[in-house]
Design a protein around this ligand. Structure first.
Ligand code: FMN
Length: 242
């Protein structure tokens, strides 16, 4: 039996890492993390997800490819007219994720997203209106924040939301297992913009769609890693009786 207080404290002490040391991670450790991930519950025990483990040269190639595209995409967002035209003429840079990420958040959830953005950028000294600096931070997603390993989590499209749910349960177990080993992680929706970059390097089975990436590595002592995103009280997500 695990001491519940210690367990709660362990859960609470996991924080997203956004700056990693280059220290390599042994393939056997990644296998242990995946094995722990697979102890999570799953719809009819189907495990409707797969992982592409990118390290070494594969990781470098994917990161370089994504960075090239991210630079062009950033040009469209905050650059000159010439940058916008370049983006329009560069279809490879168009954000064509397997699952749409471009919808605005539901109105009632927007304050939470705004709060975490404001607080994170505030901590690292990026002024509110400084779009270039914000983009520069966003682009670090495509260097996987320096992590030596990036996991790309794919889900079977035919199980719909249940596949994404199971991938989430798997991923949280995996991230907690990493945390228990002193490793940091960052789930990265941003890493799912260009699935073809992964298809070029891995044999992705038919029907599997890219959901997100997870950066894994040892956390540096950079200021950004001290960030503690707001955690809601249970009452805020607990429904009132009718
Ligand atoms: C599915 C998913 C995708 C995420 N995508 C990104 C991302 O692209 N870049 C990033 O810096 N953080 C990303 N995050 C991290 C969240 O911002 C973070 O989990 C949240 O702010 C709560 O902070 P905590 O993990 O430290 O508790 C993602 C988290 C999840 C679960």
């Amino acid at each position: 039996m695990t001491n519940p207080k210690e367990f709660s404290a362990f859960l609470a002490s996991r924080r997203t890492t956004r700056d990693f040391l280059p220290t390599p991670i042994d393939a056997s450790v990644i296998e242990e993390l995946i094995t722990d991930g697979l102890t999570a519950p799953s719809w009819s025990n189907t495990r409707p997800f797969m992982v592409a483990v990118a390290s070494g040269e594969v990781r470098e190639r994917i990161s370089a490819d994504m960075m090239r595209r991210a630079v062009v995409l950033t040009g469209f967002r905050v650059g000159s007219l010439a940058d916008k035209i370049k983006f329009l003429l560069t279809p490879k840079a168009w954000p064509i994720s397997d699952f749409s990420m471009l919808k605005p958040y539901p109105v009632e959830l927007q304050p939470r997203a705004r709060k975490v953005g404001k607080e994170l950028y505030g901590l690292i000294g990026v002024p509110r209106g400084d779009k270039q600096a914000r983009e520069a931070q966003w682009m670090k997603n495509y260097q996987f924040f320096g992590a030596p390993v990036e996991l790309f989590v794919f889900v079977h499209k035919d199980l719909g939301v249940f596949a994404a749910n199971d991938a989430g349960l798997f991923s949280e177990n995996l991230m907690l297992s990493a945390h228990a080993r002193g490793l940091g992680t960052c789930a990265q929706g941003a890493a799912a913009l260009w699935a073809d970059a992964i298809h070029r390097e891995f044999k992705v089975p038919k029907g599997y769609k890219l959901l997100y990436g997870i950066a894994v590595g040892y956390a540096s002592d950079a200021l950004i890693n001290t960030f503690g995103a707001d955690r809601l009280p249970a009452s805020e997500i607990t429904m009132q009786q009718a």
